[in-house]
Every structure is written in structure tokens, then in C-alpha cells.
Design a protein around this ligand. Structure first.
Ligand SMILES: [Zn+2]
Ligand SMILES: [Zn+2]
Length: 343
């Protein structure tokens, strides 16, 4: 059971139900904003905890077929029947355990992210009351007059009353999705759900990339992809080597009947191609690059890890807000400068 999120005075609260988000609004403009946020959060929830729709089953089928028809037979062929089965069972268990932990982490992220996202848009996360025009208390928090929940005023980075509506859960751009690196929804430093950029910056708008300049883009890309490359190379090497080994089997086709030869050739070439593709995906993918690395690297470059927009200077607590999308990132705390006594 996940712990309930806390408001900014440490009081546990249950985030307002998404269905009730627009019920408290007392003006048409507030209602429209609340409805828009409701739609965005519903899409985010659907993306983070997807249901087994017919479309998803259909999309999963080719992957399942690839594993069943190519990966498993290749594995058994390489390692032999009994040893192969044990190795296969262990890998399957490892994958399942990884998936389970990943899902738990995502649900936790969503659970804590919903409230932070609602507050970032200027609504109370507990009762959906609009926080527009409320004064902050001396401790920097705004207290909701409706339910008493307290929110740090600096959390409101996408206020609904300004008409600024940076999209939150728009679908990941096509190009990174095609390359199997769809940028995921993550929590920014204040917990708000934002879509982080991909490590090749393909998800960053072209005009923004242009504004950043070629040199800065390349520097950021290099710094992002530096992390985890020692994990990605061996990961990519395994299917690549298997693919080459499969192609080498062509040398054994000499004595084979003409009619069988075409069939066997297809049986070699298609899996070899698929394995080569999965090797490329592993190499160009983002395995081994944690979110903290994205946040830290982008912040060092002065840009937002979600949209690559420029970051405002750090506030007293070290938080930097993106001028374009309102995502917040935390400047890493500098180790205190040691003062050396003069020699
Ligand atoms: Zn409230
Ligand atoms: Zn941004």
C-alpha cells in the first residue's frame, strides 16, 4: 500500500478525484482550465498504467512472436536444451521482476505526481479550489480557504489564470517512438508530471534546437549519452554476434537440396535481420541513463530536461523553473567552498 502524499505542512491528504476536478470552479474560465487539466491527467494516468485494450494486444503480438519464434529457439540452439532452458527460465524471471518493480515505481510516481501537477496549475490538490489571488503566509505557503491544505507558493509554475497551458501528456513525438526511445512521463524536482526529453533531443521542437545552436545541442547530446554506454555496448553486442553467427551458417548450405535451400535461407536471413535491428535499438536506446542524469546534465547546460527551454536563475532553495513549460529542476548543491588559510 502506497503512503499517502503530504501537503507542504506535512499533513497527509488524498488528491481530489480527477472526475471532480472541474466541479469547484466558480467561473467559466476556471472550469475550462480545470477540464483541460483533467483531460491531461487522465491521459497521463492511462499512459503510466495502461489497460490491455485490443489495440495494445495487437501491438504486443509482433514482439511476442519475435521472442517466441526467434529469441527462444536461438537461445536454445546456442546453449543447448537443458542448460538453455535453465538460462531461459532465469532470464524470464529477471524480466518479470524488473517489469513488476518498474510498474510499482511508475504507480508511485503517478500517485505523488497528480497532486503536485494540480498545484502547479494553481488548484488545491485536495479539493480543486482555485488558488488564484491568495496571499502566501510568512512561511511561504498558501493555505486553501476551502480545505486547509497548505501549498508552497513557488509550486504554482503553470498558473491556470495566465492562460499558459503547456501540454503535459501529449503523445511522445513520432521519431523517438519509432526508434524505441519514447520519452517517458517523469516527476520534475517538485513532483509535477512532465515528459522528459530524449537523449538525442529528437523530441525537442526543431525551432528550439535551432535557437540553442548546433554546438550546444551536440554538447548536451554527448553529455547525456555518455552515461551507461558501457552497459549498452555489451547489450547490443549479444544480438549482433548472434546475427553474424546465424549468417555464417550459410556456409553449411552446400549439400542441401535446392528446394530446401530457399526456406532455410529465409529462416536464417529474417532472424538475423531482426537480431541486427534489436542490436541497433539497444545501442541507440537509453538503457543505463537515469532521470537524475537527464536533470543534472540539462541543468548544467541551463536548459529544461523536459522541453530544453531556458531555465530561470535558481531561487533561494536552489530550484530553477523553465521559462517555457514551467517544469522545475533543482540545481545540484555546490560543495561548500573551502577557504584555505593563506600560506
Ligand atoms: Zn483545498
Ligand atoms: Zn521546459
Amino acid at each position: 500500500m502506497a503512503r499517502p502524499p503530504l501537503d507542504d505542512r506535512g499533513v497527509p491528504y488524498e488528491p481530489v478525484a480527477l472526475a471532480e476536478l472541474a466541479l469547484r470552479a466558480d467561473s467559466q474560465a476556471d472550469r475550462d482550465s480545470a477540464r483541460r487539466l483533467q483531460g491531461q491527467l487522465k491521459r497521463a494516468r492511462h499512459e503510466i498504467t495502461p489497460r490491455w485494450t485490443s489495440r495494445r494486444i495487437l501491438a504486443t503480438m509482433p514482439i511476442a512472436a519475435f521472442i517466441a519464434l526467434v529469441c527462444i529457439p536461438t537461445f536454445l540452439w546456442l546453449f543447448g536444451g537443458s542448460r538453455g532452458s535453465v538460462l531461459l527460465a532465469v532470464s524470464a524471471l529477471a524480466v518479470l521482476a524488473h517489469k513488476w518493480f518498474e510498474r510499482r515505481l511508475k504507480v508511485e510516481r503517478l500517485h505523488h505526481g497528480v497532486g503536485a501537477t494540480i498545484v502547479a496549475h494553481g488548484f488545491c490538490a485536495r479539493c480543486a479550489y482555485s488558488l488564484k489571488g491568495l496571499e502566501a503566509m510568512p512561511d511561504g505557503t498558501i493555505v486553501c480557504p476551502e480545505c486547509g491544505a497548505a501549498w508552497i507558493a513557488a509550486r504554482i509554475t503553470r498558473p491556470h489564470w495566465t492562460g499558459m497551458h503547456p501540454p503535459l501528456a501529449e503523445a511522445p513525438p513520432h521519431l523517438p517512438r519509432l526508434l524505441f526511445i519514447p520519452p517517458p512521463l517523469v516527476n520534475d524536482a517538485r513532483g509535477v508530471l512532465v515528459r522528459r526529453m530524449d537523449s538525442w533531443l529528437l523530441s525537442v521542437r526543431p525551432d528550439r534546437r535551432q535557437a540553442m545552436g548546433r554546438e550546444r545541442v551536440q554538447r548536451l547530446r554527448r553529455a547525456l549519452r555518455k552515461r551507461g554506454r558501457w552497459l549498452r555496448w555489451p547489450l547490443a553486442a549479444f544480438p549482433a554476434v548472434t546475427s553474424i553467427w546465424l549468417l555464417a551458417q550459410f556456409t553449411h548450405l552446400d549439400g542441401v537440396d535446392e528446394q530446401w535451400r530457399v526456406l532455410i535461407a529465409a529462416g536464417i536471413v529474417i532472424p538475423a535481420l531482426l537480431l541486427a535491428c534489436s542490436s541497433l535499438v539497444a545501442l541507440l536506446g537509453e538503457f543505463g541513463i537515469p532521470l537524475s542524469h537527464f536533470a543534472r546534465t540539462a541543468e548544467a547546460e541551463g536548459v529544461c530536461a523536459a522541453c530544453a527551454g531556458e531555465l530561470a536563475p535558481a531561487d533561494a532553495a536552489g530550484y530553477r523553473v523553465c521559462i517555457t513549460c514551467g517544469a522545475t529542476w533543482r540545481a545540484p548543491t555546490e560543495p561548500e567552498q573551502r577557504t584555505h588559510p593563506p600560506a
